[in-house]
Ligand binder design. Structure first.
Ligand code: SF4
Length: 617
């Protein structure tokens, strides 16, 4: 449908309204933002966006107020020492200072003495460009982002089991059609309220909902079966359910034989998790464990969905494997309205982990240590593959190495690392040890308090770009607000810094659309292939699911539908795994995993268990 709202009347004082998306979480609710005299005045849920159908949570309803907040930064700020007061500078002075400092530190200590830190809140264009900037303009291996603290356990588990990591391998709307759903560590009624409409429809259609959680949450109250577990025992529960399935002959043997490898290894381990033992570990009565396993196994369609409550543990990846093992053994993954999925957290938590702002990664979910991947991206960037640095330090290790003997200068884009990192006191000390910290942000925060230069940047409704929601649907954020005078966009800043660092020709981008055009070519042939996606296709289809290669369904003689001679007819891939998984042999992999105690158990000094169901950065 049109990007102009069909229903301006819902926004009474509005002169002009556009369809866009909430900036905050990975549900990326469609919203209509009404503009009055260049300032967003009103917001309404977009009833035509097929993910939230007009519903939003309080964060979306209040999102526009931040755009005209009186504490917005509007001038570059600089200081010599972090104990000095900031003084305002003009853009040339600030950018010259940054380029000089970065050059000096590189000359003294090498390129790896400089680092970059990104965010799961950046658009795909910005995440891509920051990755390119780190590798080509800074020449450093050390770039990573705050998504490492979020859904990385699920990403790692899915990559290892399925050969690909897309939060949900099916559209959210499939929830409605699942006979049974098991929500593990996901209090979505509180943290992702618009998704509840799909669970309500599922229940109305006769479906059953199982919820595991240490607390009787709002979501748990909606469940047909609530499994109240001891914190940190999600893995034991999943293994116990698998043991029941094996013991009661509920494993889908033909599916396991045809589509997976490694079942025998997990069978032996699962059988050690007799439900009576699991009852002792988890506190869940054996009968409930058996019921949950039977419901999932005997349903024609069944989903297992996890979130941070089950994933954010010292054994988080193993816990994800235990859930995937269960889904695979029951033959659910890749079947209609079935499978395993992770409910991703940050606004662009999905796209942000695909396109090169991770230490080990290049665009398109390529790996920086794989020569063929390096060559493919280097070709698009017009450089020799040997120019590209190798794998750098991941987020916490990167921040923990800040200081005179490690990374001496850091560029932070879109992340309040002083607060969002684990062991925040320690990270704050590391930030203080930097010779030079540059932060790009719209507001002062705990990280700018440690910076030498702060650059004021556009907010979400002030520039366009694409994001990838929790379903793998690439959507468009649109411009509706005028930024305050004096503020600039991240893309402009990276372009001007790159020019000062001698690689301006590689960053000659004047709009997100120009970045997107190169970015999608850089993903061609990768796992997260966006090469067949255009802004126009996103507009016409309310988003496009990756992978979406260019020129897939046409013969060589098809008429191009773009001035670049390419054909963009691929419809995208709403559902994965129907025919094959993404490992070279096309099969999914089981991983044997065992329950173990939490990294830190409650003791006399710290007697309380802290639990969570979701974390938004
Ligand atoms: S659910 Fe997420 S995307 Fe939707 S309004 Fe709330 S924060 Fe925004």
């Amino acid at each position: 449908m049109s990007i102009l709202s069909r229903q301006p009347l819902t926004l009474a004082r509005t002169e002009y309204a556009l369809r866009t998306h909430c900036p905050y979480c990975a549900f990326q609710c469609g919203m209509i933002l009404g503009d009055g005299d260049g300032r967003p005045e009103q917001v309404a849920g977009d009833p035509h966006f097929p993910v939230n159908n007009g519903q939003m949570c309080i964060k979306g309803w209040s999102s526009h107020t931040l755009l005209r907040h009186p504490r917005r930064l509007t001038k570059p700020l600089i200081r010599d020492k972090i104990t000095d007061e900031y003084r305002e500078a003009d853009w040339d002075e600030a950018l010259d200072l940054i380029a000089d400092k970065l050059r000096t530190i590189r000359a003294e200590s090498g390129a790896n003495a400089v680092g970059a830190f990104g965010s799961g809140a950046l658009t795909n264009e910005k995440a891509y460009l920051l990755g390119k900037f780190a590798r080509l303009a800074l020449g450093t291996a050390h770039i990573d982002y705050n998504g490492r603290y979020c859904m990385s356990s699920a990403a790692a588990g899915q990559n290892r089991a399925f050969g690909i990591d897309r939060g949900l391998p099916f559209p959210v709307a499939d929830i409605e059609r699942a006979e049974v759903i098991f929500l593990a560590g996901a209090n979505v009624a509180d943290t992702l309220p618009p998704i509840m409409q799909w669970f309500e429809r599922q229940k109305k259609a006769g479906g059953r909902l199982i919820v595991s959680d240490p607390r009787r949450t709002m979501t748990a109250r909606a469940a047909d079966l609530f499994l109240q577990l001891t914190p940190g025992t999600d893995l034991a529960l999943a293994n116990g359910m698998l043991a029941v399935a094996i013991e009661e002959g509920l494993v889908d043997k033909s599916y396991v034989a045809e589509r997976t490898i490694g079942f025998e290894a997990i069978r032996a381990i699962a059988l050690q998790y007799h439900p009576a033992r699991v009852e002792r570990l988890t506190g869940i009565p054996e009968a409930q464990i058996r019921t949950a396993a039977r419901w999932l196994a005997t349903a024609k369609s069944a989903m297992i969905l996890s979130a941070r409550g089950a994933e954010q543990h010292s054994k988080g990846v193993d816990t994800v494997h235990s859930l995937i093992n269960l889904a695979l053994a029951l033959g659910k993954v890749g079947k209609s309205y079935s499978g395993y999925g992770c409910l991703t957290g940050q606004g662009n938590g999905q796209g942000g982990r695909e396109h090169g702002q991770k230490a080990d990664q290049l665009p398109g979910y390529r790996l920086i240590e794989v020569d063929a991947h390096r060559a493919a991206v280097a070709k698009v960037w017009g450089v020799d593959p040997n120019v590209l640095p190798r794998k750098g330090r991941s987020a916490f290790e990167l921040l923990d190495s800040l200081g005179p003997d490690g990374i001496r200068a850091l560029v932070v884009m879109g992340s309040n690392v002083a607060v969002a990192s684990p062991d925040a006191d320690r990270i704050e000390k590391r930030l203080k040890a930097l010779d030079f910290l540059v932060v790009l942000d719209a507001f002062h925060n705990e990280t700018t308090a440690q910076a030498h230069v702060v650059l004021p940047v556009y907010q979400w409704a002030e520039e366009e770009g694409t994001l990838t929601n929790l379903e793998g649907r690439v959507i468009r954020r649109r411009v509706i607000a005028r930024p305050p005078n004096g503020v600039r966009g991240d893309i402009d800043i990276l372009r001007d810094l790159a020019a000062r660092l001698g690689v301006g020709d590689k960053f000659d981008f004047y709009s997100p659309r120009e970045v997107f055009d190169e970015f999608r070519r850089a993903t061609a042939g990768g796992l997260a292939d966006y090469s067949g996606i255009t802004y126009e296709k996103i507009d016409a289809n309310d988003g496009v699911f990756w992978p979406c290669p260019a020129r897939s369904n046409v013969g060589p003689d098809a008429a191009p539908d773009s001035s670049d001679g390419e054909v963009y007819d691929h419809p995208g891939t709403p559902r994965l795994f129907a025919d094959r998984f993404y490992h070279p042999d096309g099969r999914a992999k089981f991983f044997p995993v065992e329950h173990r105690a939490a990294g830190e158990e409650p003791d006399a000094t710290f007697p309380i268990s802290v639990v969570q169901n979701w974390r938004w950065s």
